[in-house]
Design a protein. Structure first.
Length: 480
């Protein structure tokens, strides 16, 4: 057998050493969730939502933040009691049934794989904005090497890097809000205050009718995807109870504050028809338009740097989430056991490799020059995330009905908030009736769910060992 001293490469081990390390602080946990949720959905994708609802998109983002809050706080309450590997998926396995735990985790793994690939496509496009000679597929491979290297370090090092990347985004958003608020309320030398005139110009506050507020939710909810990481990171938290309580509250407040205020400032400063766009071109980003109005030289270059960091951070966080979810599935016998292997640094190396499939797929699509892929992938992610969030809230209802004690905090409103959250998710899912991109997502998502069900009945059901699930809960209990 090769000894550590004779082989400098990180060794991989099975069994008890396949457990994850608890190295994340509550600040890092909150920033990892922010890193996934605060991405291109705000900096670029907001243009599409504005195009659907006009200034009333502010209401869409406010409603979206309330739905996301119900999910995040429900997860926080459950995870503070059970900081288990696999997060909400393992909780669903215990409180609903092994099948729902299986389906939730596989659905979310697919989400992370798609998001990782899509965000790297965005990174490569932003790089090409500066260096057009670099093919998109080459940019994807370049940034893939960066995030894989980050994820292969210890989880503590990963947390430090993600904290740094997310902090840059948070600072940029805060600066944008402060400068934007000054422009709206007070103006600048030689430039009068913009006020709120644009909110009612060009057709009024709701130019497309109140139904557009509902339809815009199908785009808005992509922006909030990523809060699920609060539950997944619980298995690697230094102090799970305190960290989850703090991270859940701060993440929800920050996201709601950032999104609603940022979008409000954009539609106050830029005519909504001008701000509307596909959201895939840096030059048409609503943020570039605002920076141009401020008079910042090279506004597009400043925004390009920010959206590049945002997309890289989101890809990094989603690769982390996918590898941990696959590690959880393998540990419970619902994926090949080889995926439970970790390095001596407690990093799930096989999970990282398998969760990089989205990167490979994105590279192949980019090389073949298939167009419009990012938009359809976004819709597929929204479709799958809605299903995952709904299962999280259903799990929470079961959790509360059993009157489980020991949670360090409670979601305000409890079961009532969870039911309202489910109603909101059903409303978002109903946009499949009017949004072509959501219809395509359903055409892909529904068969994927059916395939997962068939595989469960044919293969996975016989592999489930209730002792594996209970082991995860016992391990979490010992760390509380």
């Amino acid at each position: 057998m090769t000894t550590p001293s004779s082989n400098p490469a990180p060794a991989v081990e099975r069994g008890a050493d396949g457990h994850l390390a608890r190295s994340l602080g509550h600040g890092q946990m909150a920033m990892i969730a922010m890193g996934s949720a605060l991405g291109t959905g705000l900096f670029l994708g907001s243009g599409e939502a504005i195009g659907i609802a006009g200034p009333a998109v502010i209401i869409s983002f406010a409603l979206g933040s309330l739905i996301a809050a119900s999910v995040a706080l429900a997860m926080g309450e459950m995870a503070s009691r059970h900081p288990v590997r696999g997060g909400f998926g393992t909780l669903a396995a215990r409180y609903l049934s092994p099948f729902w735990g299986y389906l939730t985790r596989w659905l979310y793994w697919i989400v992370t794989v798609c998001v990782t690939g899509a965000e790297l496509v965005a990174c490569a496009a932003y790089l090409a904005y500066w260096v057009p000679a670099i093919p998109i597929w080459a940019g994807i491979l370049l940034f893939a090497a960066v995030i894989i290297a980050i994820n292969m370090t210890s989880v503590g090092s990963f947390g430090v890097v993600e904290f740094f990347l997310s902090s840059i985004k948070v600072i940029a958003v805060v600066v944008f809000i402060l400068i934007g608020a000054i422009l709206v309320l007070f103006g600048m030398p030689g430039q009068p205050a913009a006020g709120f005139v644009e909110l009612t110009a060009e057709g009024g506050f709701v130019p497309m009718g109140w139904s557009s507020v509902w339809v815009a939710l199908s785009v808005v909810m992509f922006s909030f995807g990523g809060i699920e990481l609060l539950s997944i990171t619980a298995a690697e938290a230094k102090d799970p109870a305190r960290s989850i309580r703090t991270a859940a509250r701060t993440t929800v407040v920050r996201l709601a504050f950032f999104y609603v205020l940022c979008i409000g400032i954009v539609v106050c400063l830029v005519p909504w028809q001008q701000a509307a766009g596909t959201g895939e071109d840096v030059a048409t980003s609503p943020f570039v338009m605002v920076f141009d109005r401020i008079g910042i030289p090279g506004a597009a270059h400043v925004t390009n740097l920010l959206v590049l960091i945002a997309a890289l951070s989101a890809a990094n966080a989603n690769l982390y989430a996918g590898s941990r979810m696959l590690h959880s599935l393998a540990s419970d016998g619902l994926a090949p056991r080889i995926a439970a292997i970790t390095t001596r640094r407690k990093v799930p190396i096989v999970g990282i490799a398998c969760s990089s499939l989205g990167i490979l797929g994105a590279g192949v699509l980019a090389f073949s020059e298939v167009g419009g892929v990012f938009g359809y992938m976004m819709s597929l992610v929204v479709f799958a995330v809605i299903l995952v969030w709904a299962l999280i809230l259903v799990t929470y209802l079961r959790f509360r009905s059993l009157k489980v004690e020991g949670a360090n905090f409670r979601m305000p409103g409890g079961m009532v908030s969870a039911v309202l959250g489910l109603i909101g998710l059903a409303a978002v899912l109903a946009t499949v009736a009017v949004r072509p991109s959501m219809q395509i997502a359903a055409m892909v998502g529904v068969p994927a769910v059916l395939v997962a069900i068939i595989l469960y009945v044919a293969v996975a059901r016989r592999r489930i060992d209730p002792a594996d699930i209970e082991e995860a809960f016992e391990e979490a209990e010992s760390m509380r």
